[in-house]
Write a protein that binds this ligand. Structure first.
Ligand code: SF4
Ligand code: SF4
Length: 79
């Protein structure tokens, strides 16, 4: 038997998996990404920057602005 089609469709519509994350061990906490994010998804928590997956839309198909502005390669990456 295959998967229930309705369930598969529901899961594919969920946007919570569409998000980037910040690799904390590489982040220099420069803060540049915080001001570039159009969804205010990036905030400092304790002493590291984190991306709220509930707010990040991966810039809706545009190049992710956080990754573009981040001076450290491969630090804003798909979650
Ligand atoms: S990908 Fe876009 S929406 Fe997501 S955290 Fe980065 S700048 Fe914000
Ligand atoms: S731009 Fe990059 S290095 Fe700077 S705070 Fe954001 S994730 Fe960290």
């Amino acid at each position: 038997m295959g998967r229930p089609a309705a369930q598969t469709a529901r899961q594919s519509r969920r946007r919570t998996t569409m998000a980037l994350k910040i690799v904390a061990s590489q982040c220099t906490v420069c803060g540049a990404c915080e001001f570039e994010c159009p969804n205010a998804a990036i905030k400092m928590k304790r002493d590291v920057y984190v991306i709220d997956p509930g707010k990040c839309t991966e810039c809706d198909g545009d190049d992710p602005k956080c990754a573009a502005v981040c001076p450290v390669p491969n630090t804003c990456v798909p979650a």
